[in-house]
Write a protein that binds this ligand. Structure first.
Ligand SMILES: Nc1ncnc2c1ncn2[C@@H]1O[C@H](COP(=O)(O)OP(=O)(O)O)[C@@H](O)[C@H]1O
Ligand SMILES: [Mg+2]
Length: 352
């Protein structure tokens, strides 16, 4: 193979792979990199033209696949997992280009499957969590049914007590199923932005009224501070759920805690030029920084026992996050442990 032709081949191949959206690396017969396109360079900055492939891509499974493909002349596949600096999962296919038209070379096509793998893992975790959450009240329900059929059959006092517990467990399952259903409904419509005019102030007042008994029972004072009216484009029922979830959490986990000296929950709405900002602030124990990024994950709770005892499903903030996303808004959470938490929802005003 003469030098000129080999150089020309490299240029052509380089141009060709630059036109492809996939990450592609081309190596020569001596395992040296002859061309890398931009997507591959972005994924593997250490892979450099003219270097040995093994220098830039330290993945034994990949090098094995290359060796196998070279020996057999057939395409090969490999997958590998990188753990540092962040976990990434790749799939690679190696094709052999051999023949009269070209200098012998191998084409490596790489797929970053990290995101697909993360989504798949989330799905598996979600099913496991949901099943677990349902199984616990179901087991307790069955236990009481068996007790009432057997040892406590004639015991009127036990019957009343057990039926009360059974009712609570059944209600807990109903709440969970309701939350799961609304989550899936919101997710299905995530790309459809709701556009009905909704007054956020009337929502705030409505929730403050409906949660007033709960606040009173917990010795919490709700304070609302809002202008006369603030109109956003949205879905009224969904926005009610957002405010309800946040205020309920502030009462349950913030203001009503034994450690909370200041038992106020401040619900504030501020209208700006293009958007409005709703904040729900409590002065309770707050949330440690390591929990903050995970709080909106399904079933994530700082203290699962406390959440269950207060009738929580662990889905409230996941629902809030999805509704806010559907309205093209943002959810922010700030907290200083020991000094309370602020949940802030920013929504575009109607027509913005
Ligand atoms: N205002 C708050 N103060 C302290 N912790 C909170 C607050 N709001 C939410 N959390 C924490 O976030 C978790 C998730 O909330 P959420 O998704 O609404 O689920 P649930 O209320 O059903 O437990 C709660 O279990 C609690 O640990
Ligand atoms: Mg909640």
């Amino acid at each position: 193979m003469d030098k000129d032709r080999s150089a020309r081949d490299r240029v052509i191949v380089g141009r060709l792979i630059d036109a492809l959206p996939e990450a592609v690396i081309v190596i020569d017969a001596a395992d040296r990199v002859s061309a890398v396109n931009a997507p591959a360079q972005a994924l593997f900055p250490a892979v450099r033209p003219d270097d040995l492939l093994a220098r830039g891509l330290r993945a034994p499974d990949v090098l094995d696949a290359v060796t196998r493909a070279r020996a057999s002349g057939h395409p090969e596949r490999a997958t590998w997992l990188e753990r540092v600096p962040v976990e990434r999962y790749f799939e690679l296919s190696v094709a052999v280009m051999d023949g009269a038209a070209f200098e012998p070379m191998m084409i490596l096509t790489l797929h970053d499957l990290s995101e697909a793998r993360r989504v798949e893992r989330m799905r598996v975790d979600f099913v496991a969590n949901a099943s677990h959450e349902l199984r616990t009240p179901l087991a307790s329900l069955l236990g009481f049914v068996e007790t009432l059929q057997g040892p406590a059959r004639e015991d009127a006092h036990a019957r009343i007590k057990f039926l009360g517990i059974m009712r609570e467990q059944a209600q807990r399952m109903t709440r969970l199923v309701d939350d799961l259903l609304s989550l899936s409904r919101i997710e299905q419509n995530l790309h459809l932005r709701p556009q009905t005019p909704v007054d956020m102030v009337s929502i705030l007042r409505h929730i403050a009224d409906t949660l007033a008994p709960m606040a009173r029972d917990n010795d919490v004072v709700l304070k609302v501070d809002a202008p006369a009216a603030v109109i956003v484009g949205g879905d009224r029922d969904e926005l009610l759920r957002v405010v309800e979830n946040l205020v309920e959490n502030a009462i349950k986990y913030g203001a009503s805690e034994q450690t909370s000296a200041d038992r106020r929950v401040e619900i504030t709405l501020v209208a700006q030029e293009r958007q409005c900002v709703l904040s729900v602030r409590d002065h309770g124990p707050g949330i440690a920084p390591e929990h903050l990024p995970r709080l909106t994950e399904r079933f994530y709770r700082v203290d699962a026992g406390l959440s269950r005892a207060k009738g929580g499903t662990g889905l409230g903030l996941a629902i809030v996050k999805h509704i806010v996303a559907r309205h093209r808004g943002r959810l922010g959470i700030e907290s200083t442990p020991g000094a309370g938490a602020t949940f802030r929802v920013t929504l575009p005003l109607k027509g913005r």
